[in-house]
Unconditional design. Structure first.
Length: 114
């Protein structure tokens, strides 16, 4: 089974940028939909961005225009470029493959200070 490993999280000031990566241990060509979720302390996990194998994307309203999801099937990697970060973006960010069964990474912490 494919495993997912997120990286790129860290501590950044408001207005800054981070690029998250989700590296798969195997091919993601057969996985139509890849998703980034996040979970802030005391809150439920929420969907942030979605990308299909065809390149269609969808975003949580609060990140539209600031975040960009992309995928490189040749590198078996999904990215989340996050710009104009806000303190409310602070969370653990998880990569998810909508396969059967679904696959989750271990998460990467993003902390945005004001």
């Amino acid at each position: 089974q494919v495993q997912l490993v997120e990286s790129g999280g860290g501590l950044v000031q408001a207005g800054g940028s981070l690029r998250l990566s989700c590296a798969a241990s195997g091919s993601i060509l057969s996985i139509n939909t890849m998703v980034w979720y996040r979970q802030a302390p005391g809150k439920q996990r929420e969907l942030v961005a979605v990308i299909t194998s065809g390149g269609s994307t969808n975003y949580k309203d609060s990140v539209k225009g600031r975040f960009t999801i992309s995928r490189d099937n040749a590198k078996n990697t999904v990215y989340l470029q996050m710009n104009s970060l806000k303190p409310e973006d602070t969370a653990v960010y998880y990569c998810n493959a909508r396969s059967t069964p679904p696959i989750w990474g271990q998460g990467t912490q993003v902390t945005v200070t004001s």
